[in-house]
Ligand binder design. Structure first.
Ligand SMILES: Nc1ncnc2c1ncn2[C@@H]1O[C@H](COP(=O)(O)OP(=O)(O)OP(=O)(O)O)[C@@H](O)[C@H]1O
Ligand SMILES: [Mg+2]
Length: 320
């Protein structure tokens, strides 16, 4: 196989990336095997003190940065998709710009808005020269990321909230990293290609053309060991036994049949905080599942869990 080596010196963008024959990476670089290329980049994203990332997630982030492709992150609600962008920004020492997507958001909102109302208003006062339209152009988040004087992380959060046209309408801008403003005749081209992180809760399928341009990672639900590390990040002083029993109850509860809205990482972090701050005796956790409303948000789920819990208690008592 004719492998290449994509090395990129001090910066990450494809403009500076060159294909070289494969050879041992220099010290201080990590090597990511990604058929048919061996991608070497200076050690970069490796999680942060406040965010626990799996090795696969770290690798995918680094690949996306090297390839200068948007990083598309999916995963259950509360599994750290939004927080990942904050962690990348902190780790790479870049500013984070967040574009929160809503059902009404249009691609154009991220580029620029021409404030015609303000211009009309100003035109009624003699002291305002309204001929210079550029003063009424307000850049959106993408525009701000392109014009920033340093490379930034741009989070496009919850892309699946908008209609299906939204991702399609951004293909050109994300590919070429530029857009045109007809009102002023200006073209806004990225001074530094932003690191683009896009999150989705998979409420809608994204178009294939959009997916083709992204590097994808699904944040798998953490196993108990990883979850222990995540909770510890938020509650370093937590009593070990309380954490053990909370984790046990949490994973048991997630496997109760017919629970529709399974609690996630975020709910566990809150639950543990509630247990600790109320001074709950760890033995009580298994006996009566305190503060269930922090974990479960649907009455049917609460009923299903309480029935399963009762049965479990009876089985345990019968087994003694
Ligand atoms: N890997 C992690 N390391 C540290 N904390 C985490 C991690 N994953 C989740 N959390 C905790 O979960 C909370 C929710 O994370 P976040 O808001 O990023 O989830 P999300 O996947 O974006 O959720 P949603 O889909 O609802 O927007 C965080 O505030 C943090 O407390
Ligand atoms: Mg989120």
């Amino acid at each position: 196989m004719n492998k290449g080596n994509l090395r990129n010196g001090n910066s990450f963008g494809p403009a500076s990336a060159v294909l070289e024959p494969a050879r041992s990476p220099p010290p201080g670089t990590c090597t990511l095997f990604w058929y048919p290329l061996v991608v070497s980049t200076p050690l970069s994203y490796a999680g942060t003190a406040g965010y626990i990332a799996s090795p696969e997630l770290m690798q995918t982030v680094n690949v996306a940065v090297v390839l200068a492709r948007p990083l598309l992150i999916k995963g259950e609600p509360g599994t750290g998709k939004t927080m990942l962008a904050e962690s990348i920004a902190r780790s790479l020492d870049m500013r984070l710009l967040t574009w929160n997507i809503k059902s009404t958001t249009k691609a154009q909102d991220g580029l620029y808005v021409y404030d015609t109302v303000q211009r009309l208003y100003d035109s009624q006062f003699r002291d305002h020269d309204v001929r210079d339209i550029s003063q009424y152009i307000r850049l959106g988040k993408l525009g701000q990321a392109f014009t920033a004087d340093q490379r930034v992380v741009l989070l496009i959060d919850e892309v699946d909230k908008a209609d299906l046209e939204f991702p399609n309408d951004l293909l050109w801008e994300l590919d070429q990293m530029e857009f045109h403003i007809p009102e002023t005749g200006e073209t806004i081209a990225a001074r530094h290609r932003p690191v683009v992180v896009i999150t989705s809760n998979a409420e809608k399928e994204l178009p294939d053309a959009f997916l083709r341009r992204c590097v994808f990672h699904y944040i798998a639900f953490p196993d108990p060991e990883m979850m222990r590390r995540i909770v510890r990040v938020h509650h370093p002083d937590l009593q070990e036994r309380l954490l053990d029993l909370a984790l046990e109850a949490f994973y048991w509860l997630r496997h109760v049949p017919n629970v529709q809205k399974k609690p996630s990482t975020s709910e566990l972090v809150d639950w543990v905080q509630a247990l600790a701050s109320a001074g709950v005796d760890p033995a009580e956790i298994e006996r009566r599942l305190p503060f269930l409303g922090v974990l479960l948000k649907k009455d049917k789920d609460v009923d299903a869990v309480l029935i399963a819990h009762k049965t479990r208690g009876m089985r345990a008592a019968g087994g003694r």
